[in-house]
Each structure stands twice: as structure tokens, then as C-alpha cells.
Write a protein that binds this ligand. Structure first.
Ligand code: THU
Length: 146
């Protein structure tokens, strides 16, 4: 079986570039940790998102969910092909920014875990790619509800 991380049937650079380009729009006045994400759907559309914080901290939303919810608001039947995420303190990307557990579960709702690719990037050339199944093993999904 082909290793999922070798999947190359979409423009990975374009997705990472989009995540880097949207990063300056992150609204994170409390943590000063800024995140940008870009998601590619199986209908061919790409959506970007940033984290948007709130004075009532728990109302904060991550960049990944912003991007995914934009995509699903446009087409609730679309499935996620891949998602790229970049982030760091004060808009500076020095390390890989990995999706939080809540975002992984939201991805699970709209993706096939073995077929969705998650890319954590420092730049267009420095990144790691993995399947959602690797990030969220033994996941609970819509199929469980019958
Ligand atoms: N954050 C994201 O947007 N995505 C991640 O993958 C990790 C965390 C945001 C949430 C919060 O605004 C800030 O980063 C610090 O947790």
C-alpha cells in the first residue's frame, strides 16, 4: 500500500503557501500565537482560515476550524483532501504547529481518516505530511452513529 504521506495528487506547495499568506490576518491578542490554515476540498475548492481569539478565552476558534467551517458552509457534502497549517509566536513560524485535539475531531467529521492529509509546515519546502488516521487513531466518526 502506498504510504499516505507520499500522496501527491494535489498541489501541496499551493496549500502551504495559502496558509502562510493568510497568517497575517490571525487575531490573537491574548496568546500572541498566530496560526494560518488552508484546506483543499474534494470539489476542488480551497479555503483559508486563521485563529480568532476572544476576551472570553474559550470562545476562541483555531485556524483549522475556521478554514474547515468556511468550506462546509459553502458545501456541506464536500470532503477534505488535505489541510496545511502554519503558526508561531508573533506571526513568526519557527516550528511545526500541530492541530489540537478538537480540530482533529472536526477534521474527522468531514474526511476519510486514511485519505486526508495533514501538513504541518515551516515553509513551502520544510514540512511534514501525515494522514488524519495517524494524528487521530481509533477515531469516533459519523459512521458510529449508524
Ligand atoms: N491554535 C490554532 O489556531 N491552531 C492550532 O493548531 C493550535 C492552536 C490557536 C488557538 C489559540 O488562539 C492559540 O493558537 C494558542 O493556543
Amino acid at each position: 500500500m502506498e504510504s499516505y504521506t507520499e500522496r501527491n495528487d494535489y498541489d501541496r506547495s499551493k496549500l502551504i503557501k495559502a496558509a502562510l499568506e493568510v497568517l497575517p490576518r490571525s487575531y490573537a491578542p491574548y496568546s500572541h500565537f498566530n496560526v494560518g490554515a488552508a484546506v483543499l476540498m474534494d470539489n476542488g475548492e480551497m479555503y483559508t482560515g486563521v485563529n480568532i481569539e476572544n476576551a472570553a478565552y474559550s470562545a476562541t476558534i483555531c485556524a483549522e476550524r475556521t478554514a474547515i467551517f468556511k468550506a462546509i458552509a459553502a458545501d456541506k457534502n464536500a470532503k477534505i483532501v488535505a489541510l496545511a497549517v502554519v503558526g508561531g509566536k508573533d506571526y513568526t513560524v519557527t516550528d511545526y504547529c500541530v492541530p489540537c485535539g478538537i480540530c482533529r475531531q472536526v477534521m474527522r467529521e468531514f474526511a476519510e481518516p486514511d485519505h486526508m492529509q495533514v501538513i504541518v509546515a515551516k515553509s513551502v519546502t520544510d514540512y511534514k505530511a501525515m494522514s488524519l488516521a495517524e494524528l487521530l487513531p481509533m477515531s469516533f466518526g459519523p459512521n458510529m452513529l449508524g
